[in-house]
Design a protein around this ligand. Structure first.
Ligand code: GLN
Length: 209
């Protein structure tokens, strides 16, 4: 059974843990490097990315987290978690840290200029069983630019003058959504992530042999 950490500095820690347990993982909360060292994958919940960025520094987690991500640890970031995983954030604060695990440029509070929060049914690739996913957006970012090797999993369809907006991506073992899948009863995104953690564990065992 994979052990998945939930970064517990801010946000929906309990909701993410409950979804992951339902999806077949064991979960632990992560607030220090010793806890991070023991997990097979990590969820970065939403919140305020500037605050979480500062707390990562205060809790001496920034470098250990960067090292584990660079070594291929699977991670799933929701909303502020997506912003932190990105290599660059627009409309961020200049001192905000980026973990750089996803080759994307995100825009913070991107939908906020139109509306703070909204819900939308999305086509989301790779979910089992397939079918529309009800997504809750709260002061959400979008992905403005993707690099090579970044797979787009979901977009908010174009409306009137605005084009389609990328709201879910995957790059190898890293998954990110601009919305909050922990807030609905649908655990398919968490199941996808648990599968990704299982796959990564099998691959590294094969490599060790
Ligand atoms: N607006 C927040 C940020 O920029 C993200 C909001 C969220 O995580 N729900 O960090």
């Amino acid at each position: 059974v994979p052990v998945i950490g939930v970064l517990a500095l801010q946000g929906d820690v309990r909701e993410h843990s409950a979804m992951l347990e339902r999806a077949g993982a064991r979960t632990v909360t992560v607030r220090r490097a010793s806890e991070l060292a023991r997990v097979d994958g990590l969820v970065l919940p939403g919140g305020e990315s500037t605050t979480v960025s500062r707390l990562l520094e205060t809790f001496d987690l920034l470098d250990p987290l960067r090292e584990r991500l660079a070594a291929g640890m699977p991670a799933f970031g929701s909303c502020a978690g997506m912003i932190l995983l990105a290599k660059q954030a627009l409309d961020g604060r200049p001192d905000q840290h980026q973990l750089g695990a996803l080759d994307v440029i995100v825009r913070r509070n991107a939908f906020g200029r139109q509306v703070d929060s909204f819900e939308e049914d999305l086509d989301f690739a790779e979910l089992t069983p397939a079918g529309p996913l009800h997504a809750v957006f709260i002061r959400a970012p979008w992905v403005e630019k993707t690099g090579d090797g970044v797979e787009v999993l979901a977009t908010v369809p174009a409306t009137g003058s605005t084009g389609a907006r990328i709201v879910a991506v995957r790059q190898g073992p890293v998954l990110a959504t601009a919305f909050h899948p922990e807030l609905t009863g649908d655990d398919r995104v968490h199941r996808l992530f648990v599968e990704m953690v299982r796959d990564a564990a099998t691959t590294s065992e094969t490599e060790e042999r």
